[in-house]
Design a binder for this molecule. Structure first.
Ligand code: C2E
Ligand code: CA
Ligand code: CA
Ligand code: CA
Length: 279
């Protein structure tokens, strides 16, 4: 093994050894976390411009006994390199379906849509669509309130497989959103080939609205394109009134971000008041 630094050959780099054992430790801890049920979902609300809450995105959290609440940035990448992400994804799917069933019993919550994030390794399993359908049946969750967020790169990695799976699920009523839209380098032609319902403007563009003129143009273009394709468009990472105003001016349908609500435990989401008075 040639060391990354220096020009000698070396067979043992203590720093690399540390990194590897930390990572093995993290994998073990994640497995334990699944067994001990240390994962939970936080919910970030999604609003119309008029201030009606229409749904939420479920975001994974790890309630760690010593480290407290850990966000996905610290563990998702490692989980995604093994089948751990599949087990975690199954847990997320089941929890989301159970949440939808619980909301279905409350008059003021029964209309809420729930988005979940799906990783590539999970989506590419041959039986992914069947698993989702089975989970909907087992739990009794209404399919039309479940939305799967797939990134652009995931969808394009194997378009034929993507289309087949999406159609299977779309037939049952499940909806799809393109997560992190605009961050890929792909042609937009595929958009018309996929049974999509929503595109989600990536927060990296929203962040620079009014700061970087090229991002103003990109966001304007994405919204215009979504409207022409009759897709719903949602902006994530909305942090300021100015960003919200810009998005509203150009016709963005839905809004998600710290300005409107952080990811929160379900009990808090359930008592979220409408944000803005209806016009
Ligand atoms: P994402 O799907 O792009 O989710 C949006 C992230 O932006 C979330 O971070 C959310 O807390 C954060 N966010 C929301 N509003 C704002 C805002 O106004 N400003 C800023 N700066 N950030 C905002 P989080 O919860 O740490 O999740 C990070 C990523 O981890 C997610 O990015 C998603 O890719 C992944 N992830 C989260 N939950 C799951 C899951 O259940 N399964 C899988 N496969 N991935 C997940
Ligand atoms: Ca997402
Ligand atoms: Ca995103
Ligand atoms: Ca992201």
């Amino acid at each position: 093994v040639k060391a990354a630094h220096g020009n000698g050959l070396c067979f043992f780099d203590p720093r690399m050894q540390t990194a590897i054992s930390q990572r093995v430790q993290l994998e073990t801890d994640l497995q334990t976390a699944l067994v001990l049920q240390q994962f939970k979902l936080h919910y970030q609300p999604q609003y119309t411009l008029a201030g009606t809450i229409v749904g939420a995105e479920a975001l994974l959290r790890w309630q760690h006994p010593e480290r407290g609440l850990v966000t996905p940035g610290e563990f998702i990448a490692v989980a995604e390199e093994s089948d751990l992400i599949v087990a975690m994804g199954d847990w997320v799917l089941r929890s989301a379906c159970e949440q939808l069933v619980a909301w279905g019993r409350e008059a003021n919550l029964c209309h809420l849509r729930l988005s979940i994030n799906v990783s590539a390794r999970q989506f590419r399993r041959p039986d992914f669509a069947q698993q989702v359908i089975a989970m909907l049946q087992q739990t009794g969750a209404p399919a039309h309130l479940l939305k799967l967020e797939l990134t652009e790169s995931l969808m394009l990695d194997n378009v034929d497989d993507t289309i087949a799976k999406m159609h299977q699920l779309r037939t049952k009523g499940v909806r799809f959103s393109v997560d992190d839209f605009g961050t890929g380098y792909s042609s937009l032609a595929y958009l018309t080939r996929l049974p999509l319902h929503q595109i989600k403007i990536d927060q990296s563009f929203v962040r620079n609205l009014g700061v970087r003129p090229t991002d103003d143009v990109i966001v304007q273009t994405i919204i215009g394109m979504a409207r022409n394709l009759e897709l719903e468009v949602i902006a994530e990472g909305v942090e300021t009134e100015a960003q919200k105003k810009f998005l509203a001016l150009h016709g963005c349908d839905l809004y998600q971000g710290y300005l409107l609500g952080r990811p929160m435990p379900v009990a808090d989401l359930e008592v979220q008041p409408p944000l803005w008075p209806s016009p």
